[in-house]
Write a protein that binds this ligand. Structure first.
Ligand SMILES: Cc1ncc(C[n+]2csc(CCOP(=O)(O)OP(=O)(O)O)c2C)c(N)n1
Length: 370
């Protein structure tokens, strides 16, 4: 069984005959703006890391259409169990940029008070579940949440993401198997970006594709061009509708490319041919969608300027505000752990306070060690 790669947009941005979902003009322009803002946010995040102002960053460059197109198929009341390469969804779900940037700094304004690694967001108000570092664990969490929703009889859909490498994790098997058996309303989106850090997808799996793995679990598997926002949206919308109708999960493979390095701690030039990068650069989802808007007469220089400048200003303001925030106080170590602090923890907190007062422990614990 070979799976066809679904596309809507030709490389020059023209929609193939009869396939254009004809989304309203303001929606299309908003999706473009979100892609531009996501890339700008990523560029700034990496720059802050290189300047030594944050400890770690991880970009999604090249994958904007893949995750924004997928999440656009959801209702606001649906839930996300993301991996770490879908930051655009935060903008899509209107999380204030300052909160996103505070997370990079792990400061007092950060939801997790610096307990998570940078870019491991957690936003309850956006139904965006805390990102887990161990690869694949979000897949089982989404399956469980989906099973619970089905038992409760509500019609919430759960979308979860992993990379090509994530399909080799134990949780991929557990999550897909349980979701299929229990007809859980889950959409599994595998962003096949070619690499798991330095390991190319062909060394990660002997399967012909990621989507083909769905067959073994008894659910539909679909392969879609991940740099084609409209195609990703269409495929994911069908999967979301199917899940909401109680017909169970779908595995969607978005075929894309990680145009940056794995993270700020990696250098892709050491294992990726420049020619591979150049070939994918030609398929960059942002210019491709811009060309589509141009064909539809929905793009002007002024609109581009508004998107670019708007991102720059909003991000600069957010960084300024985040950098003015203090570190989380040492006491915050003991917050949000138990509803009522245990006697042992109370004792430890008193000891820590005492040490700090005597100057035995500095408030500044130094840079993040990555
Ligand atoms: C269980 C586990 N093993 C190894 C790692 C180290 N690790 C972090 S990211 C990563 C690569 C994941 O690749 P993929 O799933 O393809 O996602 P991508 O980074 O390409 O988006 C690995 C191996 C980890 N975080 N968790």
């Amino acid at each position: 069984m070979s799976l066809e790669l679904l596309t809507i947009l030709d490389p020059d941005g023209k929609a193939q005959k009869g396939k254009d979902p004809n989304l309203p003009a303001p929606v299309l322009q908003e999706l473009y703006r979100l892609m531009v803002w996501t890339r700008a946010l990523d560029d700034r995040g990496l720059a802050l890391q290189r300047q030594g102002r944050i400890g770690f960053y991880l970009q999604s460059t090249g994958q904007e259409a893949s995750h924004l197109g997928a999440a656009f198929a959801l209702k606001d009341s649906d839930w996300l169990f993301p991996a770490y390469r879908q930051p655009g969804i935060l903008l899509q779900r209107k999380v204030p940029i300052e909160l996103i940037v505070c997370e990079w700094f792990g400061n007092a304004g950060d939801t997790s008070k610096g307990r998570q690694m940078p870019v491991h967001y957690s936003f309850r108000q956006a139904n965006f579940v805390s990102i887990s570092s161990p690869i694949g664990t979000q897949l089982t969490q989404a399956a469980g949440a989906g099973m619970a929703a089905r038992l409760r009889g509500d019609d919430t859909v759960f979308m979860t993401f992993c990379g090509d490498g994530g399909t080799s994790s134990n949780d991929f098997h557990t999550g897909l198997n349980f979701a299929a058996v229990y007809k859980a309303p889950v959409v599994f989106v595998c962003e096949n970006n070619g690499y798991a850090i330095s390991v190319p997808a062909c060394k990660q799996t002997n399967s012909e594709s990621m989507a083909i793995k769905a067959e073994a679990y008894g659910m539909p598997g679909v392969r879609v061009d991940g740099n084609d926002l409209l195609a990703v949206y269409r495929v994911c919308k069908e999967a979301v509708d199917r899940a909401r109708r109680g017909e169970g999960p779908t595995l969607v493979e978005t075929v894309t490319h990680r145009m940056a390095s794995h993270s700020s701690s990696d250098d892709a030039a050491r294992y990726r041919d420049a020619a591979v990068y150049e070939a994918w650069k030609q398929k960059d989802p942002i210019p491709r969608f811009r060309a589509y808007l141009q064909h539809k007469k929905l793009w002007t220089e002024a609109f581009e300027q508004e998107c670019q400048e708007g991102a720059k200003t909003a991000i600069a303001n957010a960084v300024k505000a985040a950098e003015a925030q203090p570190n989380p106080g040492a006491d915050s170590l003991f917050d949000d752990v138990f509803m009522n602090l245990t006697p042992q923890l109370k004792e430890q907190r008193a000891e820590l306070r005492d040490l700090i007062q005597k100057g035995g422990v500095g408030a500044d614990v130094g840079a993040f060690p990555l």
